[in-house]
Design a protein around this ligand. Structure first.
Ligand code: AMP
Length: 289
């Protein structure tokens, strides 16, 4: 497997526009090398780096895009204060074996006159969808663009953002985008908290309470696994989150793992998903049943 050993730091190419991205991908393809894309918003952590390492297991070349996409943030959300540190990110990518970092600016992604939106019905009408109007259309549009700009063989996304992963699978299938989508299990701290760029917003006290979210999800999953009604387990879980200092709890829900339809009882693959505020920070997480 020596061909897949990590590249030295100096070899992470920094690409900023579509022509240079396409020229790089074309050069690799001409050399017979396949290409994976890992889209991110930067502020990279071990979760992102796990996607990069996993990408390298199947593809010879890995591109990581870093773009804080304004169209997926609502007007009262954290776009302006979202953590940004591209120098640190690129250095981390070198250690994880990425070959290129694609860092487009807003004008590259949304040139003047830009007027097209990709929106996915059904899957986006529950969970985070109604709470973050326009969010999934913003995600679907930017991921469509990234996929068409790079035309990778494979693109990797975290199960941490489970609804997002399902939305991406859906439009890739609906629009016949020639890419394989791979979901990667959530990377967690040892206390169970899912890694997230937004965890750095948490105060020490909030950080100490944060692992309750994953613990409650696991408890609900255990309770409903055998086909018991979901409602009592969800009510108990919601109360436990509130007792731990979360609030508001925007949703705590058991849903079909594919369609994301809410379930009263579990009879097949399902997911327990939650979104809840801890102070000013909105955390999301989910586990398989
Ligand atoms: P973001 O930068 O938050 O947009 O995330 C970029 C990609 O990394 C998305 O596919 C996320 O689902 C994934 N990701 C974020 N956090 C984690 C995590 N803790 N474990 C696995 N993947 C993650």
């Amino acid at each position: 497997m020596s061909a897949l050993s990590p590249s030295p730091a100096a070899s992470v190419a920094r690409l900023g526009d579509v022509p240079s991205l396409r020229a790089q991908v074309r050069a690799w393809r001409t050399a017979g090398e396949d290409v994976a894309l890992v889209p991110t918003m930067g502020a990279l952590h071990e979760g992102h780096l796990t996607l990069v390492r996993q990408a390298r297991e199947t593809c010879r070349r890995v591109i990581v895009s870093i773009f804080v996409n304004p169209t997926q943030f609502g007007p009262s959300e954290d776009f302006s204060r979202y953590p940004r540190d591209p120098e640190r990110d690129v250095a981390l990518l070198a250690t994880a074996g990425a070959d290129a970092a694609y860092l487009p600016d807003v004008a590259t992604m949304y040139p003047p006159g830009f007027s097209t939106t990709v929106s996915v019905a059904g899957l986006t009408e529950q969970l985070c969808g109604p709470l973050r109007p326009g969010h999934f259309a913003g995600v679907a549009t930017v991921v469509t663009k990234l996929l068409l700009q790079a035309l990778p063989d494979r693109a990797l996304f975290g199960e941490k953002d489970y609804q997002q992963l399902q939305v991406i699978r859906r439009f890739v299938r609906d629009l016949d985008i020639p890419v394989t989508i791979e979901g990667v299990p959530t990377v967690r701290e040892t206390d169970g908290l899912a890694l997230s760029s937004r965890n750095q917003y948490l105060s020490a006290e909030e950080r100490a309470a944060a692992p309750h979210l994953a613990a409650v999800l696991r408890r609900v999953a255990d309770a409903v696994r055998a086909g018991a009604e979901t409602a009592p387990a969800l009510a108990e879980g919601r109360a436990a989150l509130e007792a731990a200092g979360f609030g508001p709890v925007q949703y705590l829900s058991v849903n079909d793992a594919d369609s994301l339809a809410p379930l009263d009882r579990v009879a097949g693959p399902a997911r327990v998903l939650a979104a809840a505020y801890l102070g000013r920070t909105r955390l999301i997480d989910n586990v398989a049943v």
